[in-house]
Design a protein around this ligand. Structure first.
Ligand code: NOJ
Length: 753
């Protein structure tokens, strides 16, 4: 009965959306019948007047003139209701057909209320919270006149040299897919025409995270097997969640730049995945196909539109060459019509044809940077922190302790927001020192010294200072700074050393070959350890750093990423135990750069690592294992896993079983734990990863409390893309692992009949 009702409802919903689609199609068909070729091509042009922070090296010219003559479909870098209105007015008063502009921006981790960098957010493993972060970002961005967010970035990334690992959700396709879905649903809500929601844009399609050598914009080459099983899932999850737009990536895939790859954009995305929305290029990525040596601007623009790419970001290759290509029959009118329709559909869904000023409401400025949004930023930041070490319960700090707060990032505002905080104002962020002072009410027990520069390397500093002063090299000598720090350390009970990367040492075009702490800070830490005082290292970074050799002397290590506008308060919350840390790594921390890529789902190889066997897969000079594995993270309490049970040890095709485990909070404080389910396939027709994350639950347990956690395992969960790229589950043996991270698990055997 229930099922019947459900299917009747589904048919009704499908009927309504069919009718809505028909209405939209008719509207657009009528509109397009009035458009000239130039106006259609104009809709494909997305440009930036460069009024905001530059996000690429080219800035568009004569933007105003182009808008008036119908040569622009959308703008980005124009933020704020008044500025957006000015631009929309140009179209509405001067252009022939008055087709409203759409306004995009890199709303990546919050808008003006900046949340932690996405890599940090992903370590919360809390999809409800992550979704809410996108809801709030959309609310603030739309109050600022925007209706299109270039987010989420879902590139699987296993090479921390690549600076853009900061923008994604780490190394794992399952976790990445859950987060991709949460972000899309958060941004878009259930009504794109609402003034509080905007178009999401999943990026960078595809495989950008696998750039060779971790060098940005570099080439990518991988087997389809690896693509399908390890890299594509998060993009697909975003498409399945209804993402309205997709951004093509800079890299090539199988020798074809993504922006010109018909296989990627049309065969896979539109045909196989049934993506119905608009595809936009990345910043001048069509033009850059010429650098990839695919031909001149006319040739590559023709290739891109024929491949299925609808909107050209900044490069204006479409604007300047498509007409000629049409005349020379290098593109068809149908290509241009398709692309134009996709852009117009996006605008239609936003409700811009009903009201071009829908997102322009200066009265909504009160919805930006509200106390509630800041409170949310503080909460999500504290959930993103990962406690990597805590010896002798050094943390949480006790209020009576005399704390020496030391480090170049300890009293800093410039580096709290992290990369891609396009609309965030660093000056509004809370430094760690302020957070700790507020936490301890008075600062009687707190003394501060900078101790070292973020780096003494002036060239590196210069590169990190492109968007403003992030690395401020002190006028004092390094020795004088160190002496001051050691003096306060010696007269303290505990040292809190706040060290790490400046914001712009990660992010776009910020690859690093040495991903250690800069030498100045290493020196500081070693000197602090020598004082014999317990040292708590609070580590800011946009990537997993190589910490080998840097943290051995530390009593505690708290990884806090770049934590956003409320960084200092959130860090103090965790240091003083107001919040018990619960973050788990979404990306492995390498032992050394030489191991990269290092990730938990590596294959076992034909000669699995064996210390007793010379001829096995290993290094002579370092372990195979990362320093901290995926899924890892400590708490101020201790969780015990016991009594793992499967409801059956055999599974029939199409059937399901449950795995249950008891998790007990054995400590004396309440805490949250992320219980992780991994599946290991013991026999497969293609080589499987050692194990794969297939489920997780974050639960809150009071001190002493136990909970039985249940995972449903069905055949779908055991499937993979086989050698013929068919999605199959193969009979045979599996191990069902449950544990607190990818390394420390217990398992039960399961057979698939
Ligand atoms: C280039 C980046 O790759 C992309 O992520 C971003 O959205 C665009 N620039 C626009 O700023």
């Amino acid at each position: 009965m229930k099922k019947q009702l459900l299917s009747i409802m589904m048919v009704m919903v499908a009927g309504i959306s069919f009718a809505q689609d028909a209405k939209m199609n008719a509207f657009i068909t009528t509109l397009m019948s009035k458009m000239t070729l130039e106006e259609k091509i104009g809709q494909l042009n997305l440009i930036t007047p460069g009024w905001g922070i530059p996000t690429g090296s080219v800035v568009s010219t004569d933007v105003e003139g182009k808008i008036k003559s119908g040569k622009v479909g959308g703008l980005f870098g124009v933020i704020g209701a008044d500025k957006v209105k000015q631009a929309q007015d140009l179209v509405m008063t001067h252009s022939r057909l008055k087709i409203p502009l759409m306004f995009g921006s890199d709303v990546i981790h919050g808008h003006k209320t900046t949340f932690p960098i996405p890599l940090g957010i992903s370590c919360s493993w809390d999809t409800a919270l992550i979704r809410q972060s996108a809801v709030l970002a959309a609310k603030e961005a739309t109050a600022d006149g925007l209706n299109w967010a270039f987010s989420p970035m879902v590139d699987i990334a296993r090479d921390p040299r690549w600076g853009r690992v900061a923008e994604g959700s780490g190394e794992d396709p399952f976790l990445g897919s859950q987060i991709a879905r949460a972000m899309v649903l958060g941004y878009q809500g259930n009504d794109l025409a609402s003034q509080y929601t905007l178009l999401a844009c999943v990026k960078h399609f595809a495989l950008y995270g696998a750039s060779e050598g971790g060098r940005d914009y570099n080439s990518v080459d991988m087997s389809r097997n690896k693509m399908y099983n390890e890299y594509l899932a998060p993009y697909k999850a975003a498409v399945d969640a209804g993402v309205a737009t997709v951004m093509s990536s800079f890299n090539d895939v199988e020798g074809v730049p993504a922006s010109g790859s018909k296989w990627l954009l049309t065969d896979l995305l539109r045909k196989d995945w049934k993506f119905k929305g608009m595809i936009v290029s990345d910043y001048t990525s069509i033009n850059e196909m010429s650098n990839h040596r695919l031909g001149d601007l006319q040739a590559v623009s023709a290739q891109a539109i024929k491949a299925g790419l609808d909107m050209d970001m900044v490069g204006e290759g479409y604007l300047s060459t498509l007409k000629k290509s049409l005349q020379e029959k290098k593109v068809a009118m149908a290509d241009i019509d398709r692309a134009c329709r996709m852009v117009l559909e996006a605008k239609y869904k936003l409700g811009l044809f009903t009201d071009p000023y829908r997102y322009i409401n200066p009265a909504r400025s009160t919805e930006i940077l509200t106390a509630d949004n800041r409170a949310f930023a503080r909460k999500i930041a504290s959930e993103s922190f990962v406690l990597l070490r805590n010896e002798r319960n050094t943390l949480p700090l006790k209020p009576a302790q005399r704390v020496a707060l030391i480090g170049p990032l300890a009293n800093d505002k410039s580096n709290m927001l992290g990369t891609w905080a396009v609309s965030g104002d660093p000056q509004m962020s809370v430094p760690v020192m302020t957070g700790m002072q507020t936490q301890t009410a008075k600062m009687v027990n707190l003394s501060f010294a900078k101790g070292a520069n973020i780096t003494d390397d002036t060239l590196l500093a210069q590169k990190a200072n492109v968007f403003g002063l992030r690395v401020d090299i002190d006028k004092r000598t390094p020795e004088a700074m160190l002496e001051e720090a050691l003096a306060i350390a010696r007269s303290s009970d505990v040292v809190v050393a706040v060290v790490g990367e400046a914001s712009e040492m990660s992010g776009e075009a910020a690859s690093r070959g040495y991903i250690t702490l800069p030498a100045s800070q290493q020196r500081l830490l070693q000197a602090l350890y020598k004082t014999g005082k317990p040292v708590v290292v609070v580590l800011l970074s946009g990537r997993p750093l190589v910490l080998t050799g840097a943290i051995e002397g530390a009593a505690s290590v708290l990884q806090v990423w770049h934590a956003g506008i409320e960084a200092g308060n959130a860090i103090a919350d965790v240091l003083y135990g107001v919040v018990n840390p619960s973050g788990k790594l979404s990306m492995s921390f390498p032992y050394a750069v030489g191991q990269i890529p290092v990730y938990y789902a590596q294959k076992t190889t034909g000669r699995p690592q064996d210390p007793g066997n010379k001829f096995s897969s290993k290094y002579l000079d370092m372990p195979n294992e990362p320093l901290f594995p995926f899924g890892y993270g400590l708490s101020y309490t201790r969780f015990e896993y016991s009594d793992l049970q499967l409801s059956a040890d055999k599974l029939n095709p199409g059937g399901s079983i449950t795995a249950t485990v008891t998790v007990t909070n054995k400590g004396s404080v309440d805490g949250a734990e992320v219980v992780q389910l991994y599946i290991e396939d013991e026999v497969r027709t293609i080589t499987p990863p050692a194990k794969e994350l297939k489920g997780f639950r974050k639960l809150m347990l009071k001190a002493g409390e136990s909970s039985r956690v249940e995972f449903r395992i069905d055949t779908e969960l055991l499937k993979f893309w086989n050698a013929n790229l068919k999605w199959v589950a193969e009979p045979g043996l599996f191990k069902v692992h449950v544990g607190s991270n990818s390394r420390d698990t217990q398992f039960k055997a399961l057979a698939l009949n």
